[in-house]
Ligand binder design. Sequence first.
Ligand SMILES: O=C(O)CCC(=O)N[C@@H](CCC(=O)O)C(=O)O
Ligand SMILES: [Zn+2]
Length: 332
Amino acid sequence: MLEQLLDLVRREETPEIQQEITPAGTRFDYQEEGILRITPAADVPGARRLMLSAGIHGNETAPMELLDRLTRAIARDTIRPAGPILIVYGNPPAIRAQRRYIIRDINRLFNQPDAPAGDTEEHRRARIIETRTAEFFEQTPSALHIDMHTAIRESRIPTFALLPGDEETTPDPQLLAMLSHTEIEAVIQQHTPGVTFSSLSHFRHGARAVTLELGKARPFGQNQGVRVEALESLLTALIEHRQHAEKSPHALRLFDVTFEIIRTSDQFVLHVPNDQANFVAYPPNSCLAEDGAHRWMTDEHSRFLIFPNPGVDIGLRAGLVLCEAQEYRPAV
Ligand SMILES: O=C(O)CCC(=O)N[C@@H](CCC(=O)O)C(=O)O
Ligand SMILES: [Zn+2]
């Protein structure tokens, strides 16, 4: 029953039995709505703690369908976990409503210990997730958090990853090597501490953390165009703590976030068509947005735009501007 965690979320049902053990001895513990802790029959030395999340935005269904398949395979003992796993479906009310969020974008409410408590469902949910995440990671250096999303718009690079980080952070070689075996084609390194779920894991718990963008957001059952086979194979190998060789590694385009476009007032204007894809490259000195006297301009380096969104709340990012770095080539 507990392997049906996603269905329980969608039906807003609480399971009567909140702990189950598979024939192979894998234990499922239902912690909260949409949060399941999986404990292996026997911890394999060196196996990672894995936190796998999806549904932080309720309309991004392909990652949820992937996580649902993995959870059910573990329950059938088809996949045998080597280390503990925390499965998180981020925003149950938004998942049921099939919307990105209900009142506040929950992926802007993390890693802000000094922020006011907030009184929305998303604020309450973010605190629950933070509590369960802290319990789970307990400062485990080998931990890995993969937060899976799909994007609002089409993308000239359809599948890409974002790595949280600060000014000094460079892309983690282990994560790059891992991602080079999946459908991910580009990796974006962030350089300012963020407020996303992956930022919480990285900055608060010292975990390796990555946000994956797996394609365009579509309703449940309509994700045939979202290719995740290689990712699913990698996640299965990570869960079982075994070598992964199903897909030969490929080069990755690397980008750095050079600045964020922030909507700072009602006068904010984003000079980007609503249907423009992610990763459009601009000529230098293009004005991407303006708000009063402030203008966000490209230059000869900072010229790729992703996540343009003029409808964000004031104070939140309305776009990320990137410069391209030297590509990653897997070791031969
Ligand atoms: O398509 C968009 O505009 C956003 C897609 C999405 O939800 N992306 C995440 C990225 C999180 C990160 O920066 O690590 C988000 O915006 O929350
Ligand atoms: Zn998302």
